[in-house]
Design a protein around this ligand. Structure first.
Ligand code: SF4
Length: 378
């Protein structure tokens, strides 16, 4: 089984902290959709025989794309690829661009999971990070999604934001939990160079919560989600039982996925070689290549077996369930406990890792020191 990711890179305005491939301002959405459709057709013979069980339309702000273009893209996916009858099918959306009508069309297209970017339920914090929605717009969008029949909704939250206190972060969690969303992704702010927020912080215009406060937010936030019945299944992801995101679990299992669209990344086995590739990062190059019947690929990398094993460990240890020893043996022909014997023994001694007949995984303490543990495996 494999996943399909479709990247829609457009946003109304660039958020101050954003380092994603997202383009604000006016763009030719139709030309982009036509390029995507051409790219989908080009992949048809190349991925024949593969069965896809998840689709994720991410961004950017996919909900900005005119609905008829979303329909055309989804129709093309279904006609070119072998997709299971009821895939997990997610679309990302920002509150201000959602309407009941649009949500209804999404449902009719078979989209059954919605991921809403709330980030914070505190209007002052939202303004400080340059978001264009407020708490009320989020609640309206959430209610409209439920009314349209979405029964699997993720809410994105962030902590460590400018002007955010622990109680403000906990209130945001309470807001999401009381609406009874099925899934919460809660990421800590990463201050990326080349963002507006980075220069504001460097120039002293904005201060961020200090490290202790950010750590306190994380600990108390994670406890609160737990009290509301959300289980942590990945470092930054929490869900009600049975609502873990299958598409993302496939990434953390180092599974195959096909990425379509601007700067989208893919990873697949071809004749037993593990190959990763990335699409053009420039919008004009992407559109020109795809429109001219060429795969809009910028870089390709063949990963050797050792690297593939290490990647599988690196992403797999993000999951609280860890890595299945049996799956690892099926893929690589060797037990990870044998292959990484000394790294694993050290990590166990440090209290960072737990091993059973079925799995290797990080302990609760180890989840906070994942990078340190991985160094042992390198
Ligand atoms: S909505 Fe998301 S992708 Fe768009 S600018 Fe904001 S953070 Fe970036």
């Amino acid at each position: 089984m494999a996943g399909i990711y479709v990247h829609i890179p457009f946003c109304k305005r660039k958020c101050k902290y954003c380092d994603f491939v997202s383009l604000a301002g006016v763009h030719d959405y139709s030309a982009y959709a036509a390029a995507l459709i051409s790219e989908i057709r080009l992949y048809k013979p190349l991925v024949e025989g593969r069965i896809f069980d998840t689709i994720f339309i991410g961004g950017g702000t996919p909900s900005l794309l005119p609905i008829e273009l979303v329909c055309a893209i989804v129709d093309e996916l279904r006609s070119c690829f072998d997709i299971v009858k009821s895939p997990e099918f997610t679309i990302e959306a920002n509150p201000e661009s959602l309407t009941f009508e649009k949500l209804n069309v999404y449902r009719n297209l078979g989209i059954n999971r919605l991921s809403i970017g709330l980030q914070s339920g505190d209007d002052d914090v939202l303004r400080a990070i340059g978001r264009i929605h407020d708490k009320a717009a989020f609640i309206n969008a959430f209610d409209a999604a439920r009314a349209a029949g979405f029964n699997n909704i993720n809410v994105d939250l962030m902590h460590g934001l400018p002007g955010q206190s622990t109680s403000s972060y906990l209130d945001s969690i309470r807001l999401a939990c009381k609406l009874e969303c099925e899934h919460i992704s809660s990421y800590s702010l990463i201050l990326e160079e080349h963002t507006q927020l980075y220069s504001d912080v460097i120039n002293g215009k904005i201060t961020l919560p200090d490290e202790d406060t950010a750590a306190e937010m994380e600990d108390s936030g994670f406890m609160l989600m737990n009290e509301f019945g959300y289980m942590r299944y990945e470092i930054s992801n929490f869900s009600k039982p049975g609502y873990e995101c299958k598409h993302n679990l496939n990434y953390w299992d180092n599974g195959e996925y096909l990425g379509l669209g601007l700067n989208a990344h893919s990873a697949m086995h071809f004749s037993n070689r593990w190959v990763r590739w990335a699409n053009e990062a420039s919008l004009s190059s992407y559109i020109i290549k795809a429109a001219n019947g060429k795969l809009p690929v910028e870089t390709t990398e063949e990963i050797d077996r050792d690297e593939e094993m290490f990647e599988t460990i690196m992403v797999g240890l993000r999951k609280t369930a860890g890595i299945s020893r049996r799956s690892f043996v099926e893929r690589f022909g060797i037990d990870p406990v044998e292959h990484y014997a000394s790294a694993i023994s050290e990590a166990i001694l440090d209290g960072f890792m737990e091993v059973s007949d079925d799995y290797i995984r990080l302990s609760n303490r180890g989840l906070d020191f994942q990078n340190e543990v991985l160094l042992k495996f390198m």
